[in-house]
Design a protein around this ligand. Structure first.
Ligand code: SF4
Ligand code: SF4
Length: 430
């Protein structure tokens, strides 16, 4: 085992291999608040990559309803329980939060990661390199189970006893959009005895070498997000490939200049919840500071988007703007201690943040840099923040411009949505 630094847990941790980092890293931000669970993303992925025999149960991208839904069923609860059993009462975060130092933006995780908890694990499969579990066939069977099933206790004797009001609703659910996080310290890669899984040096995408894979399914057990999937017809594991031909700009129809394009799931999202990027990484794995890259701005500069279960320790590169109506203890368990800071900003975004939030799903080209052109003030509204503080939000109709890898303008959009008047020739006569 080697010592590696994981900025998401604010400390060094043990990992199977020494530090080795790509030049740039595939990353994405999802705004959970906007998702309408239409599953267009899931279908876009499926119709591109997993429509063949033996892939029937494969949803590399899935959208599940929390808290009850999960694909495979209970993927996260089971692991949280296993970690608690290995380290009773010890899975805690401590230290400064929110505005903490750059190397530990959410404070320090004092508990055990899935790599550390595996060291003393005793179970039917031990010794293991990574603490995990292999879901049963039955658990893979119902990808959208419990869709839109809410939890809460406001109903008594058939009567609503409480209203649902922000900052947190009594009755709640939310949609969680998931794909492989192309982790910095992939658990799938660490667990593979065949060294069949590798992380590409050019963009950090994690791939399975199908020729080396023997279908031992160690990666399925190890991935805390359960994103490698076994294919019985080939007896190998398959997983999200990050639509790498699109990332490489190899689609001559859509990318004649060879500029990187968003993946199919990102590019198809009608809810406009998704923003994909590539961030530059230094030799130690740190993101090279560049607040003009929208992903960097949202994750590192403003800390408004947070990793999913950072305490697992894989340093996932998918980040989420948490849903603002959900009880905070649930969100903190899922996204770590940065939740309060993230929501305080999201509920009353300042001028620049509001402009950057407009960039989501506006172009198929990956945005490497953005600029904001100042516009007129168009509104002033009173906002109560989750903390109870009252604030006046000033809204400006700024224009935000996104540039592609070649520095060419890929998108230009305004904070106020333009309105179009339908010409009388098209007036609906019904
Ligand atoms: S396409 Fe977008 S809005 Fe629809 S389910 Fe997927 S993430 Fe949500
Ligand atoms: S999410 Fe799972 S499959 Fe994807 S890189 Fe991380 S550990 Fe591997």
């Amino acid at each position: 085992m080697s010592e590696v630094y994981n900025w998401q847990i604010g400390r060094s941790m043990k990992y199977q291999y020494p530090e080795a980092h790509p030049d740039s890293q595939f990353a994405f931000v999802f705004n959970i608040n906007r998702c309408i669970a239409c599953q267009t993303c899931s279908m876009a992925c499926r119709s591109t990559w997993t429509f063949s025999k033996g892939q029937e149960h494969m949803w590399w991208n899935n959208v599940e309803t929390k808290p009850y839904g999960g694909y495979p069923r209970n993927w996260d609860i089971r692991l949280l329980d296993m970690l608690e059993k290995e380290n009773p009462g010890g899975q805690e975060w401590r230290g400064p939060r929110g505005d903490a130092k750059e190397s530990a933006p959410y404070g320090e995780f004092k508990g055990k990661t899935i790599f550390e908890a595996a060291e003393k694990y005793v179970g039917p499969e031990s010794p293991v390199r990574v603490l995990g579990h292999t879901p049963t066939d039955d658990e893979w069977h119902s990808p959208n189970i419990h869709e839109e099933t809410a939890t809460g206790k406001s109903m008594e004797k058939g009567q609503w006893t409480r209203s649902t009001e922000l900052p947190a609703h009594d009755i709640w659910f939310f949609y969680l959009q998931r794909l492989c996080n192309h982790c910095t310290y992939p658990a799938c890669l660490a667990a593979c005895p065949r060294q069949a899984i590798y992380k590409r040096p050019e963009d950090g995408i994690v791939l399975v070498d199908e020729k080396r894979c023997r279908g031992y399914r160690k990666c399925v057990a190890a991935c805390p997000y359960k994103k490698p999937m076994y294919r019985p017809t080939t007896r190998t594991t398959e997983k999200c490939v990050g639509c790498y031909p699109r990332i490489e700009g190899k689609d001559p129809a859509l990318s004649p200049d060879g500029v990187p394009l968003e993946t199919r799931c990102m590019a198809s999202c009608p809810g406009r919840i998704r923003l994909q990027g590539l961030v530059d990484v230094d030799k130690k794995g740190e993101w090279k500071p560049d607040a003009t890259n929208p992903i960097q701005y949202l994750v590192r500069e403003r800390k408004v988007a947070l990793p999913l279960y950072p305490q697992f320790g894989t340093e996932p590169n998918g980040f989420y703007i948490p849903p603002r109506w959900v009880p905070r203890n649930y969100l903190v368990q899922m996204f770590g201690p940065g939740v309060e800071t993230a929501l305080e900003q999201y509920c009353c975004p300042d001028r620049e943040l509001l402009a950057v939030l407009q960039l989501f799903r506006t172009t198929q080209e990956i945005i490497f840099r953005y600029e904001v052109e100042k516009g007129k003030k168009v509104a002033e509204i009173e906002v109560t923040l989750p903390s109870g503080v009252k604030k006046t939000q000033e809204i400006y109709n700024d224009t935000v411009i996104g540039y592609n890898k070649l520095g060419k303008e890929a998108v230009r959009t305004t904070v106020e949505e333009p309105t179009f008047e339908r010409p009388s020739i098209h007036v609906n006569s019904i």
